[in-house]
Design a binder for this molecule. Structure first.
Ligand code: HEC
Ligand code: HEC
Length: 285
């Protein structure tokens, strides 16, 4: 496993003891005794040269007690939001008198495999769309209902319902073809140093994963677990909500949730997780 030197800036962020290398554990994630999760996988070909040979779920970097919360749906608080979204799924909203179920029947059937391939190309709009964008498109264009705020709890809950239908399936976002330009843009953002601390995503999640930063055990910053129930803010968090928090920690002006920049970044980061199981809703601290 790769252990690069800490950059001076990252080191500066860390309270004594200066550097505690605490690698990922070797535990196995099986949910409800039946859904076997792939939490370590060979890095996708496009990551050659990054120094990461094995991609890993953020689950491996959490304490045993936090890990356990994701192993049984009765302990996973994220599942409460799934149940709430299931009710919303069946509820008529908007001027067209429709619910999600009016067009998509059972989420357990129609949404199977969907989370694994998002973000993906939207043929009609000729742009990369995230799951959140698709949900809001259905609400506004197909139902005549209000859009959800991009990183709100109702949005995260609907994403959780959809993600839950793909748990255990490998992440498999496309990076070639029409999405390529957006993917390249996301990659550029990933390696750009932002803020007063001049830190890029890569400085923490590529160069220093496995190390402790303050009291936190740095993961590879994968998104296969999203949406994520966080013990810290006791709510379900979206990918863009998390990106915003990480960028804020570098003391940078953040890109807004739903902005083209974060959509591009989401696609690129998702592609670094191709091969890991969809875990959402997962539990983290
Ligand atoms: C009037 C019918 C209609 C309603 C109501 C509707 N949708 Fe859709 N939805 C569609 C159609 C048609 C598509 C596929 C075409 C497209 O991409 O727009 C779709 C696509 C989707 C997809 C993408 C599936 C994939 O394979 O990529 C998701 C996710 C989705 N809808 C979620 C929802 C949710 C959540 C609701 C309720 C808030 C909802 N939809 C309500 C018609 C509807
Ligand atoms: C100063 C270091 C730092 C920087 C820079 C940083 N992050 Fe993070 N990030 C963290 C810490 C600490 C956590 C929480 C522990 C963990 O999972 O790594 C985290 C968590 C995450 C997670 C959640 C992982 C999971 O499994 O729940 C994602 C995704 C993420 N970061 C993406 C990013 C992206 C994208 C960027 C660049 C915009 C970025 N981070 C920049 C420190 C950083």
């Amino acid at each position: 496993m790769k252990r690069t030197a800490m950059t001076a800036l990252v080191a500066a962020l860390i309270a004594a003891p200066v550097l505690v290398a605490a690698g990922p554990d070797d535990d196995t994630l099986v949910v409800n005794g039946e859904i076997e999760m792939t939490t370590k996988a060979p890095a996708p070909a496009h990551m050659e040269g990054t120094g990461i040979d094995t991609i890993m779920s953020g689950w491996h970097f959490r304490e045993d007690e936090t890990q356990a919360l994701q192993m049984d749906d009765f302990d996973n608080t994220g599942m409460i939001f799934v149940e709430q979204a299931q009710e919303v799924w069946n509820t008529v909203e908007g001027t067209e008198g429709k619910s999600c179920a009016s067009c998509h029947d059972e989420a357990s059937e129609s949404m199977k495999g969907v989370r694994a391939v998002y973000p993906k190309w939207d043929e009609d709009k000729e742009e990369v769309k995230t799951l959140a964008m698709q949900i809001n498109a259905c609400r506004t264009e197909n139902m005549g209902a209000e859009a959800y705020k991009y990183d709100s709890v109702p949005m995260a809950s609907m994403e959780a319902l959809i993600a839950a239908q793909s748990r255990g399936m490998p992440m498999n976002v496309a990076i070639d073809g029409p999405v390529r330009e957006t993917w390249e843009k996301g990659k550029e953002i990933y390696y750009t140093r932002y803020g007063q601390l001049e830190l890029a995503c890569a400085n923490c999640h590529e160069d220093n994963w496995g190390n402790m930063i303050r009291a936190d055990h740095l993961s590879q910053g994968q998104t296969n677990g999203f949406p994520v129930y966080r013990l810290k803010n006791t709510k379900l968090n979206t990918v863009h909500g998390r990106f915003k928090g990480c960028i804020r920690d570098t003391r940078a002006e953040t890109f807004a949730p739903g902005s083209p920049e974060l959509v591009a970044l989401e696609l690129y980061v998702a592609s670094r997780g191709n091969g890991l199981s969809v875990e959402g809703p997962s539990v983290r601290n």
